[in-house]
Design a protein around this ligand. Structure first.
Ligand SMILES: CC(C)(COP(=O)(O)OP(=O)(O)OC[C@H]1O[C@@H](n2cnc3c(N)ncnc32)[C@H](O)[C@@H]1OP(=O)(O)O)[C@@H](O)C(=O)NCCC(=O)NCCS
Length: 218
């Protein structure tokens, strides 16, 4: 019996912090598969290794609660651009994003989801990225914002785009960056409330009814 129910018309968004105490981290590490442990070992910096273990361990824990199984028993498969999906008879879809020690998770039944969170940083070269990858419509939105708020606005627009491309499973390398999420009637894209200093967005395959959003924290 699963401990978490996910009705068809709901999308669940979970937030987790990834800088965990050593006992908690070690509990999560024990649920990782051999290939996930090997991936963790390849991180050059300890902080990144720990956060990967925390993010994957939390994902396994949440999926296990939806699927009614042990966290270590969850199996993943990967799409052509690397989007992970769960191997299960249930039609549970999910997506994950992390930035520094914040992770966001989105879950839905039978419809694709994409999620993105980014820490708002002045030093990302955001003006160059907007100039290169934003559509004229997105650039116009950015320019309409007062200059002091522009970096935050950039990250809001960027997370919408990335959530949309992640929902489609394309990611950034293969995704159509010229696509405008708001002009695609097949998808529903919303900004999410994020911790202070972060921007976040969620994209959902918008087969009616419009999904109800539920937010929870681990
Ligand atoms: C996937 C991608 C969008 C991640 O962007 P990011 O801002 O660095 O990272 P985020 O934290 O938002 O998302 C990372 C998570 O998205 C998921 N993910 C990976 N590939 C994905 C894809 N193609 N579509 C949707 N989600 C994907 C994973 O759960 C990943 O978590 P993990 O690194 O802990 O396994 C970006 O790396 C990308 O576009 N990659 C293109 C595909 C690619 O290069 N594949 C290489 C193998 S072919």
């Amino acid at each position: 019996m699963s401990a978490l129910a996910l009705p068809l018309n709901e999308v669940h968004v979970w937030k987790a912090r990834l800088d965990l105490d050593p006992e908690e981290l070690s509990r999560l590490a024990q649920t990782l598969s051999t290939d996930e442990q090997a991936r963790a070992a390849r991180y050059r910096f300890e902080v990144h290794r720990r956060r990967f273990i925390a993010a994957r361990g939390c994902l396994r824990r949440l999926l296990a609660q939806y699927l009614g199984c042990q966290a270590a028993a969850v199996r993943f498969r990967y799409g052509p651009s690397g989007k992970p999906a769960v191997v299960s008879e249930a039609d549970l879809r999910f997506n994950v994003s992390h930035s520094d020690d914040v992770a966001l998770y989105a879950f839905a039944q039978g419809r694709e989801v994409g999620i993105d969170v980014e820490r708002i940083r002045e030093t990302t070269g955001w003006e160059r990225i907007a100039g290169r990858y934003f559509t004229p419509g997105e650039r116009a939105l950015l320019e309409a914002v007062p200059p002091t708020l522009r970096v935050a606005a950039f990250f809001q627009l960027w997370t919408r785009k990335e959530a949309y491309l992640k929902a489609r499973g394309e990611g950034l390398r293969f995704g159509r960056l010229e696509a405008e999420p708001d002009n695609d009637p097949g998808w529903w894209v919303v900004a999410l409330e994020a911790p202070l200093g972060y921007a976040a967005a969620l994209a959902v395959e918008a087969t009616p009814p419009v999904p109800m959003l539920r937010r929870m924290s681990t």
